[in-house]
Design a protein around this ligand. Structure first.
Ligand SMILES: Nc1nc2c(ncn2[C@@H]2O[C@H](COP(=O)(O)OP(=O)(O)OP(=O)(O)O)[C@@H](O)[C@H]2O)c(=O)[nH]1
Ligand SMILES: [Mg+2]
Length: 292
């Protein structure tokens, strides 16, 4: 499951957002123990498919949402605050923008700097250790310089494999959530202003796509990395599909809602058939053929 952390200063609206996304009540007071809940993405296309075929069961994609107690803006975040961020895929910056007495631009920039400071500290300590052990520090020094110019490591044009495992935050995807629309925010990061776009932007930012299956009485949405082959995509549903993959029949979402019937589309000869190494497109309805 994709893991999303809500990160922001105290009072920016993280718990409010967490409750809207997960339906989970309760408040947290310990900044080092997040409240974790499951958010169901009511994908609009799957809703439409549901309307058309009225399946017995419908399975929406799920995300794991982490609500952390924030620190006040003037205080900042201690570095051990981030020890629970290691498994996180996306850091959503929750920026307060629902009253007039805020400066969301400054608040966002300051949150980004919290992430950068954390990584600078990490790398400085790694460099120190490696120096002691007489190990190569070239990539670490380059990374440090990059961070010091206030840039996120995910944009560094180096082989990032070597940086993995170092618990760096700025290698992760970062999205800005403007909580309210009182003021405009300028940023080169992905940004959303509305909870309705929360998951859509997450999927897009992770370079993932959604496809759909209608099997028996179940319609389901699947989120996979864009670069997977059809065969690998089948493997996300069941290992047997990948092992015995023959082909995948696909129909685009728009064609499906026009024709409204998979079998009819099949008889019309408009299904597209993909071999193991072809790729599924975002929005496709897919049927896998495989041998057991
Ligand atoms: N008007 C308005 N109030 C909001 C909005 N989002 C949150 N609030 C209110 O702002 C206050 C703080 O929100 P929380 O969600 O508790 O803030 P938080 O980010 O979880 O704060 P910490 O847990 O201290 O880090 C609460 O009274 C919310 O009801 C919003 O979009 N509009
Ligand atoms: Mg809270």
């Amino acid at each position: 499951m994709i893991k999303i952390a809500l990160f922001g200063y105290s009072g920016s609206g993280k718990t409010y957002i967490f409750r809207s996304l997960t339906g989970k009540e309760g408040e947290i007071f310990d900044p080092f123990k997040p409240n974790i809940g499951v958010g169901i993405y009511k994908d609009k296309r799957l809703e439409k498919i549901k309307e058309i075929i009225n399946p017995k069961k419908i399975i929406y994609p799920e995300f794991e949402i982490y609500d952390f107690k924030g620190f006040p803006e003037g205080e900042g975040f201690p570095s051990n605050y981030f020890k629970n961020f290691n498994e996180i895929d996306i850091i959503y910056l929750i920026v307060k923008n629902f009253t007039n007495e805020v400066n969301p631009q400054e608040e966002m920039e300051s949150l980004i700097m919290e992430l950068i400071y954390h990584d600078i500290e990490r790398i400085e300590s790694i460099i120190e250790t490696r120096k002691r052990e007489k190990e190569n520090i070239e990539i670490w020094e380059k990374s440090l310089e990059f961070l010091k110019s206030e840039k996120l490591l995910k944009n560094i044009g180096l082989d990032k494999k070597q940086l993995l495992g170092a618990e760096l935050l700025t290698l992760k995807e970062v999205i800005v959530f403007s909580n309210g629309e009182t003021k405009q925010i300028k940023t080169s990061l992905p940004i959303v202003y509305n909870l309705d776009d929360f998951y859509k932007k997450a999927i897009e930012t992770l370079n993932m796509i959604t496809f759909y299956t209608i099997k028996g009485d179940i319609a389901q949405a699947w989120i996979i990395p864009k670069n997977l082959t059809a065969k690998q995509a089948g493997g996300k549903i069941h290992k047997d599909i990948e092992k015995g993959f023959v082909k995948a029949a696909t129909l685009s979402f728009n064609e499906f809602i026009e024709i409204t019937d998979w079998h009819k589309a099949k008889n019309m000869g408009i299904l597209k058939f993909l071999g193991p190494n072809s790729q599924i497109s975002d929005g496709d309805i897919v049927e896998f053929y495989f041998t057991k």
